[in-house]
Ligand binder design. Sequence first.
Ligand code: FMN
Length: 312
Amino acid sequence: MDVIIQTLVVSLVDISTQISSLSLPNPTMLASGIMDEDAGSMKRILESGAGAVVTKSIGKTARKGHANPTFVELECGILNAMGLPNPGIDEYINELKELKKENGIIIGSVFGSDISEFTEVASKMSPYVHALELNFSCPHAKGYGLEIGQNPTFVSDITSSVVKSVSIPVFVKLSAQVNDIAAIGKAAEQSGASAIVAINTLKAMSINLDVKKPILGNKTGGYSGKAIKPIGVRSVYELYHNLKIPIIGVGGIESGLDAIEFLMAGASSIQIGTGVYTHGITVFEDITNEITNWMKDHSIQTIPELIGVAHQ
Ligand SMILES: Cc1cc2nc3c(=O)[nH]c(=O)nc-3n(C[C@H](O)[C@H](O)[C@H](O)COP(=O)(O)O)c2cc1C
């Protein structure tokens, strides 16, 4: 009898979530920049249980990225200065055509140095993806990312232009390295963004004591993983308090409990980046199972019941 009742409760738990017009089977997504340079690895991530995948950030033309070392593992996370290496949109479309044969939800990440680059890449990418994510937050590529995302006027102008030129939802990915993340989020919302993604890596440095020099070739890089989780949670909380559009939380999520914390702060779904390095691609299924079990134990049946509850 107990087993029957328990099975009934489990089957009542619905972990699907909605971001604008996208219905995700579960709240987990692959974050941009991790195992997403080619169709094959994104296909594996979808098959392993991710609710959606975000592509590597793609620009107008090919970029080699920064000199090595570009990546170092630290005590509580990863420091990287990849420098947005990518094959350029015309070449990357071949990967997207291949990936589109799959069933999963694909979000295309775009970077650029100005309105025209963002709009051109977004327009070329849009037929092959279900939504776009504008990278206004990379902390280690001069003239790109965070340099744009710190300025609400740039965010507003680029978002408006992209929104007008495509017919799919446009998400805006923000950095926590600003005075007031909600003000930047508001600029994106007023310009037609369908969701906010927060947060990207944080600008950081690590020094090799033997050679007395910064470890990374670029000297500084972006810090991700466990250490940045409270900054991500705070950012999502502030965005939720001030905005109406959905928020996608990212930063240091490695377990179902981490994900639930982001949902309670106001996220409607979450992305996992560094957690894929530390736990492997089973992390999506593991986190989904942990969320489901936690909901069951706390008599919660749907994800919307959890979104933003920390504000009550
Ligand atoms: C190696 C690496 C490459 C990344 N590349 C990108 C990228 O191309 N575009 C982007 O928007 N974010 C990129 N990110 C940032 C992640 O998408 C994510 O926002 C950040 O790492 C925080 O999440 P995490 O702690 O789960 O890794 C990258 C992160 C890492 C570690």
